[in-house]
Structures are given as C-alpha cells and as structure tokens.
Design a protein around this ligand. Structure first.
Ligand code: MEV
Length: 337
C-alpha cells in the first residue's frame, strides 16, 4: 500500500481572475487529504471515501465510470469527488505507463468538499502521487502539480488555473500567473476560516464569471482590477520589498486588500448571503480584512485577525457551522508510506 497526503489552501487574493491570466496568491494550510492506494490484479477501481463533508461512500467500477452503484449521499458531491479521483487515476496510469492498472483507493480528508479550501486539488495531488508510486514511479512535486492541473482541467472542462494544484503539491504561499508558478516568501499570517457547511459548484461559478465578463466590459475590468489588487498585495507580503511600512501595518494593509478583493468577487456574483454575513461578522469583530476563498457560492471565508475576536464572533454567527484558525504549512505533498 502507498499513502500520500496533500494540503488544502486559502486564497489570499486572486481566485477567478487567475482563470483569465491574472496573478493569484493561495497559501497552503495544515488541513490535509490523505489517499491510500493498493494495486489490484484486475483493472477495477474501488474508492472508499470518508470525511469529505458528507457521510462517506464506497464505489466500485470497472474501466468506465458509468456503471457505479447507487450511493446514499448527494449525487452531485459524489460525482464531483469521483471525477477528480478518476482523473487522478488516469494521470497515474499514464505517468507509470500502465494503462489498465486497477486500484483500491481510500480517501480521508480534513478538508470539506467544494468549500473553497482546495479539497479537490488536495485529493488529486495526493491521489496521483500515491497511485504513481504504487506503480513503481516517483514524480517530483512540480510534475505532480502539472498532472494534477491537467486532471482538474479535464473535470472542470478546461476552466481551471494551476493555482490550487500547484499550491497543494509544493506547499507554502505561491504566486501563479498563467503557466508561471512559484513559491513566494510570506509572513506568518493570522488566518481564521469560517465555514457555512455548504459547497459551491466550481465549474458553474467559473462559467458564470465568464458569461458576465463576455457580456459586460465593466465585468472584464473587474477581473483586471482583481489582478491589480493581487499585484499590490504581493508587494506587501514580500519581506524584502523596500517599504517604510512596518510589519504590523503591512498585515493590516493586506486585510484592506482582502476586503477590496471580496467586494470585487461579490460584484462578479460568486459570493452568497452566508459568505457575506461571515465576512461582515469578521470585519465587525475587528479583523484586518475578510474575503471568501475559492470558487465561492457557499463554503469558506478567510479573515486576518491575530486576536481571538473573529474566531469567537464567527462561532456565534448564524450560518457559520465551523470556525478555526488555519495554520499555514510549507509542506506540500507528503509521502507517508
Ligand atoms: C477555485 O478554487 C479557484 C478558481 O479560481 C478556479 C481555478 O483557479 O481553477 C475559481
């Protein structure tokens, strides 16, 4: 058996706009998806998943994914999860050049599914790493990131950036602009996450933004303005940037830019009532700033607050199901067995 884990992430800035070539800055957080893989002696794939913010499910299929048995959890979420696992299996088969490899796969995740914390990227990255190694081949994190991007892109019908998968594979804070992906230095940010218990459909949300952008020039300008926010934000994060602003003020300014970024995402139609109410609860509790993270539509917000106030406020906010402090991690994909 081979076991790998990969982290989730929060976006400090730039989701959605990154799909159109603007830069984005996600940071890996110490909440992980762990994928265990055992090769079979036929070409079947059996997947057992738990803790994906749903009751868990087991699915077995041979070759095609059409003949899945019924499972007792929302079909949309199972399909979404299965799509990423299928795509990861295909990438591993291709990387190891064993096109008919079969696997028993177990997925355990601390990252809620479809909630903006990069669950699909983490499952895809850990799945490709574990399955490829199970077939006797080992890829460096950048190659895993590239294959995970191709897998995600296939599931999201070409509407994916490299941001989530690169961040999950290499860890730390990263900057992604088109195909240019790199680690960046960032201070240890006091990130608090609020989760409304819901999920958004990334593919639909991305298509919605594309439709707005094609219809209205000001929506296209909004996407470019998000890029400007990211360019300003990354200078604040850079510890070597020449600036007369001290470290605490820089973090406060990062918060201002997160607020700005949330407003722009809101105007692109990807926020929701519960995301907005968690954002406002965080701001009213004194957070430096707060924004939705990931595709939106429901799921998580990220706020910056070194004090316990935001965490407490979120725990009492109607619509917020869970709030926690997110530890940033510099570890991407981890090989456990
Ligand atoms: C989803 O986590 C982030 C989006 O920007 C899509 C992507 O970058 O692939 C909405």
């Amino acid at each position: 058996m081979t076991v790998s884990s990969a982290p989730g992430k929060v976006y400090l800035f730039g989701e959605h706009a990154v799909v159109y070539g603007e830069p984005a800055v996600p940071c890996a957080i110490e909440r992980r998806a762990t994928v265990s893989v055992e090769a079979r002696d036929d070409d079947h794939v059996r997947v057992e998943a738990s803790d994906l913010s749903l009751d868990g499910f087991t699915v077995e299929y041979a070759g095609s994914t059409d003949d899945r048995p019924d499972v007792n959890v929302p079909a949309g979420l199972v399909e979404a999860a299965m799509g990423y696992i299928d795509a990861a299996v295909e990438q591993a088969r291709d990387a190891a050049d064993v096109p008919d490899a079969g696997f028993d796969i177990t997925v355990e995740s601390e990252i809620p599914l479809g909630a903006g914390l990069g669950s699909s990227a983490a499952v895809t990255v850990a799945g490709i790493d574990a399955a490829t190694r199970e077939l006797g081949r080992s890829l460096p994190p950048e190659a895993i990131a590239d294959r995970a991007y191709r897998a995600e892109s296939a599931v999201q019908k070409g509407e994916a950036s490299r941001a989530d998968t690169f961040c999950s594979a290499v860890g730390g804070a990263v900057r992604v602009e088109g195909d240019d992906c790199r680690r960046i230095d960032a201070p240890d940010l006091p990130i608090v996450v609020g989760f409304d218990g819901g999920a958004g459909d990334t593919g639909e949300l991305v298509s919605g933004v594309r439709a707005l952008k094609e219809r209205y020039d000001f929506a296209a300008d909004t996407v470019e303005t998000i890029g400007d926010v990211v360019r300003t934000g990354e200078r604040l994060l850079d510890p070597d940037a020449a600036t007369d602003v001290d470290a605490a003020d820089r973090i406060a300014e990062v918060g201002d830019l997160m607020n700005f970024n949330h407003g722009l995402l809101e105007s692109l139609g990807v926020s929701s009532r519960s995301l907005d109410s968690m954002v406002w609860a965080a701001r009213e509790a004194g957070a430096h700033g707060a924004k939705l993270t990931g595709a939106g539509g429901g799921g998580c917000i990220a706020a910056l607050d070194p004090t316990p106030e935001t965490l407490t406020a979120l725990r009492f906010t109607p619509g917020c199901e869970e709030a926690f402090r997110a530890e940033l991690t510099t570890d991407g994909v981890r090989r456990l067995e």
